[in-house]
Design a protein around this ligand. Structure first.
Ligand code: NAP
Length: 301
């Protein structure tokens, strides 16, 4: 099968197309003929080698942690999905490939296309996990740093659906986008504390840092301490006494199915830019640059 892989760390030039063996599903796994692969900032961090100490890579490595596609083989003990089912979920083997294995998948509603389906597993689970961890409730004000990306697009909508007010930061080009999602938009960078205090004179109840670009100190100032601040991207968190939330342990097919239903009916909006699989390097370059609006996806025939 065709796949994108890398066998050394580096920039996007290390990605190459190759013909590799189709993986065989083990117990509890399904094999999926991939129609769309989700591209995450994590893919570039793994490719560069920066996560090697905490997340070792075995070469050759096929990137991609999420997929949408058609089930084409079942491993032993799988009874909740059938061959031919259209699904979305997390991939156990890299999803930048024609076939990938998966353990946790949800059925894809007919009204949701492949590329919008693949915007949900990682970003949806992350947004819900952090909002739960922060205990965001109706009537509260949440500050989100860097909310115009894949996770932020969903986090803003899920927090407002809980009845919270969201103040969200992005660059100048994404102010209107954040407003369209339901947030009060403001710019990140110099003067942030004053801008947020003007927008929320009674202070913010919780802070969700999605960018990891140095806003933790401002967050502590705005919160008057380290309580109810969570980052998913700033590795200085522990040093500053702030919670860093990592994914991987709380994948739920039922919660993913509920998100997919909401996306299919238009209750939850996703914004996706898709590239064909053979342009994976171009897409990762964009992701590495860190200013993608919404989600990047790779599509396969
Ligand atoms: N720990 C976990 O469980 C977990 C899970 C998923 C993702 N992540 C991490 O979370 C981060 C967000 O991922 P993502 O896919 O949603 O989006 P992303 O592509 O990494 O971009 C996030 C947003 O950051 C904004 N940004 C850029 N420079 C900024 C700055 N100096 N200050 C504040 N915001 C800035 C961008 O806004 P503009 O374009 O408007 O500049 C962009 O929309 C990534 O680092 C990713 O690796 C962690």
């Amino acid at each position: 099968m065709k796949a994108i892989l890398f066998d050394r760390f580096g920039g996007t030039e290390v990605l190459r197309e190759a013909d590799i063996e189709v993986p065989q599903p083990g117990p509890g796994q399904v094999r999926v003929r991939v129609k769309a692969a989700g591209l995450n900032a994590l893919d570039g961090k793994i490719r560069s080698g920066m996560l090697e100490a905490v997340r070792p890579t075995t070469f050759p490595a096929v990137p991609g942690g999420e997929l949408a596609g058609v089930v084409d083989a079942l491993g032993e003990g799988v009874s909740d999905v059938q061959v031919g089912d259209e699904v979305l979920g997390w991939s156990d083997t890299g999803s930048y490939a024609q076939y990938a294995l998966a353990t946790t998948v949800a059925l894809k509603p007919a009204g949701l296309d492949w590329q919008h389906a693949v915007a949900l597993p990682v970003a949806g689970e992350t947004a819900e996990r952090v909002l739960d961890l922060l205990g965001v409730a109706a009537g509260e004000t949440v500050l989100m740093h860097g909310a115009s990306g894949a996770v932020g697009t969903l986090a803003v909508q899920l927090a407002t659906a809980r009845g919270a007010r969201v103040i969200a930061t992005a660059g100048p080009a994404n102010q209107d986008y954040l407003t369209s999602l339901g947030a009060t938009a403001t710019l990140y960078g110099e003067g942030l504390v004053e801008r947020v205090r003007t927008l929320a004179p009674d202070s913010v109840d919780a802070v969700f840092d999605l960018a990891g670009k140095g806003a933790l100190e401002d967050s502590i100032t705005l919160r008057g301490g380290t309580e109810r601040i969570v980052t998913i991207a700033d590795f200085r968190a522990h040093q500053l006494g702030i919670t860093f939330s990592s994914g991987g342990q709380e994948r739920s097919a039922a919660r993913l199915a509920a998100l997919a239903e909401d996306a299919a009916t238009g209750k939850l909006v996703t914004t996706v830019t898709a590239y064909p699989l053979d342009q994976a390097a171009t897409a990762q370059q964009l992701s590495d640059a860190g200013h993608v609006r919404g989600k990047l996806a790779l599509t396969l025939d």
